[in-house]
Design a protein around this ligand. Structure first.
Ligand code: FES
Length: 609
């Protein structure tokens, strides 16, 4: 479903979110600020929005709104779920929050590394020849910044041009600039989720803690291959490729930075810090570090803790002394994006047993029992991104994303257009539904023709052949169209999905064993990332991609990597929390476990899970 909240009455946005996500989370994931002090827990009663159509009235709504307000659609945003297309009116913020809601309901007290202090200084005289710097530093009473050369070069001129009324810009306890007059109201940063496929930028107002613009685009490294392995291979085959990949990543970030600044009407020089959350390969490539050791056994990173660099060195076009900070990585395949995601989902703060799964070509899995945290990576292959699937495609217009089988076939298609193919969530749905109606057996084989007729009389004629292979027709462009022209699920596609899901479920099964836990101990499963968030929880449970739990315990977590990057910019304490995860989380290598193969074979079955 879509929600169309506007940040102000004059701004309209269309956004797409996973079904069942609250309006509050939908807005937050898309950079639209809604008033809140409780972080979406239904207790502050501040997240007032006006929703189209009729939505259930909770007791909190009844206590917050008058009868006529309820009648005209006013609800608390954190209690309304987007289960259909919604139009949502979001009033402008009434208060400047000292805390911001980020990630999976995390409340972040604002303590950015970027600080500004406005000072009015006494002008020097022959009796008072204190240096410009001493004069400035003496006026800043609560911080003791170290000056950098850029600031010193600007200091004499700016002081005198500004009649000794200036604003000191301090980033991470370093004086990086002085600006004439009082510029304290303008203090921005950009959070980047540097994905292998898609890159997302969020411009944050650090004064209020609110996102002011969001933009995304495909990573310009695409021509080098769709996944990290092909990009690493490119650097191994061509000595110039590393430089070109670095340039492509930097250009992507710079273009997005320009875009979000333009959208918000913010001078790019008011962006004093950026945070970049990416997997280990993306992080190495954007820094120009040779990624080859990440791609070959024993899969070693150059460093787990990349240093912060000047954004200027990455040509990001923001303030010349802005810093670009990175997240630490736990391993070659559990990178900074996952650490950012753990931060955003509070994996280290929650006492409950929680399982975090970022489903993708490389699937990262984290399990916490509230005390110990273990993580691993599972090579799931490209099936979820539509790779190696006969009619597979990315989640774009024309992709079938939901499927329900009954007497008819109900398809949900992105963009409400003619179906062209099947994206990852559609693939999971297709297999889960075919298992449910009995046309696929537990081993993942289509049942024999004769049985199909009896099991699903309304559907059995969709089971047909293309060449030597059995397929199930999901969509016929015209009645009687040749199966080769239809959108189908083939027997081989089912096998691909089986291998992908078995890799993932073997991962979490072994992590559960590592901590001596069982399925039932898990209080919450967080499905993260652009693909995981759109998966149907019921289908994921049915095929055993996630543990067999009530679907209410399975939660779409959204783009948690980007949310973690925001948190690192909003609070130095949260940033330190991300560093601490390096010590707290144990990375478990599973592929060399003797029990790995046995578990993998068990998990291939659709009765497994
Ligand atoms: Fe506090 Fe909704 S965010 S009640």
């Amino acid at each position: 479903p879509g929600a169309a909240p506007g940040q102000e009455s004059s701004t309209e946005r269309r956004v797409r979110v996973p079904p069942g996500v609250t309006v509050f989370d939908s807005a937050s994931w898309n950079g639209i600020a809604i008033d809140s002090t409780c972080g979406g827990h239904g207790t502050c009663h501040k997240c007032k929005v006006q929703v189209s159509g009729s939505s259930p009235i909770t007791r909190h709504d009844a206590r917050t709104f008058s009868a006529s307000e309820l009648e005209s659609g006013w609800r608390l945003a954190c209690l309304v779920q987007a289960t259909r297309d919604l139009e949502v009116l979001v009033p402008p913020l009434t208060t400047r929050p000292k805390a911001a809601t980020v990630g999976v309901g995390r409340q972040v007290i604002l303590r950015p590394a970027v600080q500004k202090r406005y000072v009015e200084l006494e002008e020097p005289t022959l009796e008072d020849q204190a240096t410009d710097l001493d004069r400035l530093l003496a006026a800043i009473t609560d911080l003791e910044p170290r000056p950098d050369l850029h600031a010193l070069r600007r200091l004499p001129k700016v002081l005198r041009e500004g009649d000794f009324k200036v604003t000191a810009v301090i980033v991470d306890e370093e004086l990086v600039d002085v600006e004439p007059g009082d510029t304290t109201a303008t203090r921005c940063a950009i959070a980047f989720d540097l994905g292998t496929t898609t890159v997302v930028a969020t411009l944050l107002d650090l004064v209020t803690g609110t996102p002011v613009a969001v933009a995304s685009m495909l990573n310009r490294q695409q021509p080098f291959g769709g996944d990290v392995i092909s990009r690493i291979s490119a650097t191994m085959m061509d000595p110039d490729a590393l430089g070109r990949l670095q340039t492509a990543a930097c250009e992507t970030l710079a273009e997005l930075a320009a875009q979000v600044c333009a959208e918000a009407g913010v001078d790019p020089h008011a962006v004093y810090e950026v945070a970049i959350a990416g997997n280990a390969t993306m992080t190495a490539l954007v820094l120009g570090i040779d990624p080859e050791p990440l791609g070959v056994a024993p899969f070693v990173m150059t460093t787990a803790l990349p240093p912060s660099v000047l954004a200027e060195d990455l040509h990001l076009g923001v303030h010349p002394r802005a810093r670009a900070v990175f997240f630490p990585a736990l391993g070659a395949y559990v990178g900074g994006d996952i650490v950012a995601g753990m931060l955003a989902s509070g994996m280290d703060r929650d006492k409950r047993t929680r399982l975090f799964i970022d489903v993708g070509t490389n699937c990262e899995i984290v399990l916490s029992d509230g005390d110990r945290i273990v993580s691993t990576a599972a090579p799931a292959g490209p099936a979820f991104e539509g790779g190696a699937i006969r009619c597979g495609m990315r989640a774009a217009d024309g992709a079938i994303e939901t499927i329900r089988l009954g007497d008819t076939v109900e398809l949900g298609v992105i963009g409400d257009v003619e179906p062209r193919g099947l994206c990852g969530s559609g693939l999971v749905d297709a297999v889960a539904e075919l298992v449910k109606v009995g046309l696929l057996d537990a081993s993942g084989r289509f049942v024999p023709e004769a049985d199909a007729k009896e099991i699903a009389p309304a559907l059995h004629d969709r089971l047909t052949m293309i060449g030597q292979e059995r397929v199930f027709v999901l969509h016929r462009p015209t009645p009687g169209a040749d199966p080769a022209e239809c959108v189908v699920l083939s027997q081989r596609d089912v096998r691909e999905l089986q291998f992908a899901k078995a890799a993932i479920s073997t991962g979490w099964t072994l992590l559960l064993e590592e901590l001596g836990l069982e399925h039932g101990d898990i209080a919450q499963v967080l499905l993260a990332g652009s693909f995981g968030s759109y998966l149907s929880a019921a289908s994921a449970v049915r095929i055993g991609l996630v543990p067999k739990l009530p679907v209410l315990r399975i939660v779409a977590a959204g783009n948690v990597a980007g949310e973690g990057a925001k948190m690192a910019l909003l609070s130095v304490r949260e940033r330190a929390g991300a560093q601490a995860l390096l010590e707290e989380v144990t990375y478990v290598e599973l592929s060399d476990r003797p029990e790995f193969n046995d578990r993998f074979v068990e998990q291939l079955s659709f009765n497994g899970g």
